[in-house]
Ligand binder design. Sequence first.
Ligand code: HMG
Ligand code: MG
Length: 299
Amino acid sequence: MSLPAQVRLVEVGPRDGLQNESRPISVADKVRLVDDLSDAGLRYIEVGSFVSPKWVPQMAGSAEVFAGIRQQPGVTYAALAPNLRGFEDAMAAGVREVAVFAAASEAFSQRNINCSISQSLQRFEPIMDAARQQQVRVRGYVSCVLGCPYEGRVDPAQVAAVARALHDMGCYEVSLGDTLGTGTAGDTRRLFEVVSAQVPREQLAGHFHDTYGQALANVYASLLEGISVFDSSVAGLGGCPYAKGATGNIATEDVLYLLQGLGIETGVDLDTLIMAGQRISQVLGRDNGSRVARARLAK
Ligand code: HMG
Ligand code: MG
């Protein structure tokens, strides 16, 4: 299969990246990050979550972040919603695209959203109905697609079943999350082979955490499987509060560098993106998690 001519990058740094930070990050810093990312040319930014503040305290200020950002035309600013309450709060904050999130493993579903996989899918139905009425697009996530911190191996057929359920209920795209970051390129190719029998490849995305250093290889393996949408976090920010030890997503800068080398268009400017990643890394007092950014900044 030939590589896609264009790739759509879904920037999840402000949500997936920051949700795991234990120290407070000001609304102003979050707003600045989102604005820097849109200035770099990213056209899809996951800004925050409308989840229980008891479960993920860092996302509590998401409505204020939405109110503060400079919304540019042509950019989708999305938020996570775990239930109808979250969806309604998101709508009240002016959000026009949401993402629902399920898991391929029962144990992770319980730890992350306190219900079984089938209960979670039932919870999403009223979100899908309300979203249809309000013409809001809904993206779906499946977590633990290449392994679960509690159950170990996850059967690709189980991932395919959950992805299909999300697609059938109306998610326009389903992002497959390697939450743990243990998956390899071979696992990734097999996964997309199995899942694409249930959901068209054009409606699948890859979401790779980089805990084992495999994420970039997994992006490339996905490209070979005809996948052309990838989630990534600027400066490799993040981790998941319910997957202990898991690190951030693949850094957006590093994916961009890979894609540029393959002649694949994204519309994102690498230098501006590097500045955005460096700024938020300094705010957090963290080393920049992008290898490309570190190399460029050392010059
Ligand atoms: P629960 O405790 O079972 O829910 O949590 P509940 O309905 O019994 O409500 C408990 C309390 O939460 C109540 O408040 C509700 O009002 C409140 P209290 O009466 O105790 O004061 N509540 C809410 N508050 C704000 N917004 C809401 C909301 N809903 C209820 N939407 C629940 C169930 C789903 C709410 C909880 O488990 C939760 O919020 N979980 C979120 C977990 C999360 O955000 N995880 C990280 C994102 S997923 C991820 O990172 C993976 C991904 O990146 C892909 C990958 O890498 O694999 C997407
Ligand atoms: Mg994630």
